[in-house]
Design a protein around this ligand. Structure first.
Ligand code: MG
Length: 119
């Protein structure tokens, strides 16, 4: 089982824990909640990068490089978890659709770098 499939399986189980033992129905309210989580976490990535940039510019409100990178990695991980939760809502295979989109962009731009079908 690849990482994204494991992440999905664990996120589904953990979501029940978040809801104190109740399984959430896949309805519009749940989708909008997941989308809001995703927007929040991706915003946190940008905020962590902003603080990194402040630190690099020696500005007030900046963080050290070590603190910044830790915060950025935490928020990137949160964001990936949220992306996977949205993909799970629609029963989408995130690995498959990402490879297809990567290849489509490479084709559109005339790049050679693509995923092979067996990867
Ligand atoms: Mg976060």
């Amino acid at each position: 089982m690849n990482f994204l499939k494991k992440l999905r399986a664990k996120s589904v189980v953990r979501n029940v824990e978040y809801h104190k033992g109740k399984t959430q129905k896949k309805n519009l309210e749940e989708l909008l909640f997941r989308a809001t989580e995703l927007a929040g976490e991706s915003g946190e990535v940008c905020d962590a990068i902003k603080k990194y940039a402040r630190g690099q510019r020696n500005m007030s409100g900046g963080k050290s490089e070590k603190e910044s990178i830790f915060a950025i990695q935490e928020e990137l991980a949160d964001t990936l978890i949220c992306v996977e939760r949205v993909a799970e809502f629609f029963d989408l295979d995130l690995e498959k659709i990402t490879k297809l989109k990567f290849n489509a962009t490479s084709k559109k731009r005339g790049f050679k770098t693509k995923f092979a079908s067996y990867e």
